[in-house]
Ligand binder design. Structure first.
Ligand code: BG6
Length: 490
C-alpha cells in the first residue's frame, strides 16, 4: 500500500545555510525524495544561499555529493539526481552586508508568482539580519513564508526577543517554526490513534490511565557539536521542544478539527497546565546526568568531559523529569520523561500504562494480571503495540498471559519510512501550519523550562555520572521506582 501523492504548486525554496550540515544531511535529501515521488512540479527551484563563494555548478556538485552520501542504498537514481540538480541554484549572500542580495533578488524575480519560502538553517543570532534584508530587498511577496529552526532562544527572554525580531518583518501566518519531531510518522499516528478510533478516547484520562512514559534515547554522543551542546544541555536541546510537543499530543483535548489553530490552541492549554517545577521541588522531580566513558555500538567511547577535551562542565547530557498536568483530565497521572545521549540504544517511545483491573475473578494459579500498555514506537521500527491479557492456549486450568498486538509500520505497509523533513518542507509550501509551533507555544514551553533551569542553578543540582551505553543514572530509575513503577523495557 502506498500513500496518495498530491503534487504541490511550483515554488522557490531559498535555503540560507545552503552549504551547511542540515541542508546536506536532511533538506536536500528530503526534497530529492519528494521529487522521486512526483510531488514537485515545474519550474520548482531550490536556491542555496550562504557566505561561501560557489557557482551554480559547484553547488550542484555539492548536492550530488550530499545525496550520494546521505541517501540509502538504491535511492540514488542518476537521471533523477540530474533533474534534481538542474533545479538547484546558488547565491553567495552575506547576512551582515548588502553583498549578494541584488543577485538573489534578480534570481527570485524570475519566479515572482511562485510560492516563495526562505529556510533559515543558520545560527539564530542572524535570524534578525536575514529577515530585515529579505524585507529591505523587497523579497516578500503575497505567498512568502519563512521557516526557522530551533533553538528558538535559550530561555524565555531570548525567545521573546527572537520572536519579536522575526515578527517585525513577517506575520505569524508566514512564520513556520519547525520541530522535526512533529513530522515523524508515529507522532502523527498518535493523533490518528486517538481521534480516528472509538476505542481509546473514552479511556484517555485519569480514571483509566495510570501514568505515561516518554523516552527519547540516543546512542550518539556530542557529534562535534560541543560548542552548541555544552551551552544548551538536554533540557534545552530536547525537552523544551521535541518532548514537550510529544506531551502535548498525548495530553491535549480533542481539537474541533485538524485545522492548525484548533490543534495549536489545545497544545497550548497543555503547556499552560504543566505543574511548575522550581527550587521547592526540583530535586524530587528531576534528575540530571552526564555520561562517563563506556561502550556504545560494541566499541569503547569517551566520556562527555573527555569529548570536551579536558573541559570542566556540569551540563546535563541526560534528564529525567516527573511532570504533572494540572487539569481535570490528567490530575494525578504522572508523565515520566527521559532523554539522553550515549544511552544503551537509539530508541524513542511513548508508553501509556492503563490502571489495573478493579477486581480479579481468577485464582492465584492464573498468574499475575499485568496492566494494559499501549506503546507508540517513534524510532527505530516505527509502530504501535497494545498489550492484552489472554488465556494461555490449551486444556487444563485457566492461566493468563500478557501478549502484544504488535504492528510495525514498515512490515504492515511495506513502505519506506519517510524522513520528518519531507512532510514538513512541503507543508510550508502548502501553507499548512498544523505541525509547526506557534509563537505562544514556544514561549509557554520556555515558561515551564525556565524555573527548572533557574532551580538547577540555585540548588547546584549536580549532573550524576552514568556509564555510556546504559539507561542513565541510577537516580533516574529511583525517580520512577519511588512511585512503585518501572521504566518500560522494549
Ligand atoms: C535535535 C537535537 O533537535 O534532535 C539533537 O539538537 C538530537 O541533539 C536530534 O540528536 C534527535 O533527532 P532524531 O530525529 O535523530 O531523534
Amino acid at each position: 500500500m502506498s500513500s496518495q501523492i498530491i503534487p504541490v504548486e511550483p515554488f522557490d525554496y531559498v535555503v540560507f545555510g545552503g552549504t551547511g550540515d542540515l541542508a546536506e544531511r536532511k533538506l536536500l535529501p528530503a526534497l530529492y525524495h519528494r521529487q522521486l515521488d512526483g510531488q514537485l512540479t515545474e519550474p520548482t527551484r531550490i536556491i542555496g544561499a550562504s557566505r561561501s563563494h560557489l557557482t551554480h555548478e559547484e553547488y550542484r556538485k555539492f548536492a550530488d555529493e550530499a545525496l550520494k552520501e546521505h541517501l540509502k542504498p538504491g535511492e540514488y537514481d542518476a537521471d533523477q539526481v540530474k533533474t534534481f540538480c538542474d533545479r538547484l541554484y546558488y547565491v553567495s549572500v552575506d547576512a551582515k552586508s548588502d553583498n549578494g542580495w541584488k543577485q538573489l533578488r534578480d534570481l527570485l524575480d524570475e519566479g515572482k508568482d511562485r510560492v516563495r519560502a526562505f529556510y533559515l538553517a543558520v545560527a539564530p543570532a542572524i535570524f534578525g539580519d536575514i529577515s530585515e534584508r529579505i524585507r529591505d530587498n523587497k523579497l516578500i511577496t503575497k505567498s512568502t513564508r519563512i521557516v526557522v529552526e530551533k533553538p528558538i532562544g535559550r530561555d524565555l527572554a531570548s525567545a521573546l526577543e527572537l520572536n519579536d525580531t522575526i515578527g517585525k518583518v513577517f506575520h505569524e501566518e508566514q512564520i513556520f517554526r519547525i520541530d522535526h519531531y512533529l513530522g515523524k510518522e508515529t507522532v502523527q499516528n498518535l493523533m490518528a490513534l486517538r481521534f480516528a478510533n472509538a476505542l481509546y478516547e473514552p479511556l484517555w484520562n485519569s480514571a483509566h490511565i495510570d501514568h505515561v512514559q516518554i523516552t527519547v534515547a540516543e546512542a550518539v554522543g556530542l557529534e562535534s557539536r560541543a560548542g552548541y551542546y555544552d551551552k544548551a544541555g538536554a533540557l534545552r536541546d530536547m525537552v523544551q521542544n521535541h518532548i514537550l510537543q510529544l506531551v502535548c499530543l498525548v495530553a491535549m483535548e480533542v481539537p474541533p478539527s485538524m485545522n492548525a489553530e484548533s490543534v495549536r490552541d489545545e497544545k497550548l492549554k497543555v503547556l499552560r497546565a504543566l505543574k511548575r517545577i522550581d527550587a521547592s521541588n526540583v530535586e524530587k522531580a528531576t534528575v540530571r546526568g552526564q555520561y562517563k566513558a563506556g561502550a556504545s555500538a560494541g566499541g569503547p567511547v569517551k566520556g562527555y568531559l573527555e569529548e570536551l577535551e579536558g573541559g570542566v562542565s556540569n551540563t546535563e547530557t541526560f534528564v529525567a523529569i516527573k511532570a504533572e498536568i494540572d487539569n481535570w483530565r490528567w490530575a494525578g497521572v504522572p508523565f515520566y520523561i527521559r532523554t539522553g545521549k550515549r544511552m544503551a540504544e537509539r530508541m524513542s517511545e511513548i508508553v501509556i500504562t492503563f490502571k489495573p483491573i478493579p477486581h480479579s475473578i481468577f485464582d492465584d494459579a492464573a498468574g499475575r494480571i499485568s496492566q494494559n500498555q499501549l506503546v507508540i514506537r517513534l524510532q527505530p521500527n516505527e509502530g504501535v503495540k497494545q498489550s492484552l491479557m489472554i488465556k494461555d492456549p490449551g486444556p487444563g486450568g485457566m492461566r493468563l498471559r500478557n501478549v502484544s498486538l504488535d504492528m510495525s509500520f514498515a512490515e504492515a505497509f511495506n513502505a519506506r519510512s519517510a524522513d520528518a523533513y519531507e512532510r514538513l518542507l512541503l507543508d510550508v509550501i502548502r501553507s499548512n501550519q498544523t505541525l509547526f509551533m506557534r509563537r505562544d507555544e514556544v514561549e509557554a514551553a520556555w515558561r515551564w523550562c525556565d524555573p527548572i533551569l533557574k532551580a538547577w542553578d540555585e540548588t547546584g543540582q549536580p549532573a550524576q555520572g552514568y556509564t555510556a551505553g546504559t539507561w542513565g543514572p541510577s537516580q533516574a530509575i529511583a525517580l520512577i521506582e519511588r512511585d512503585g513503577r518501572t521504566w518500560h523495557e522494549s
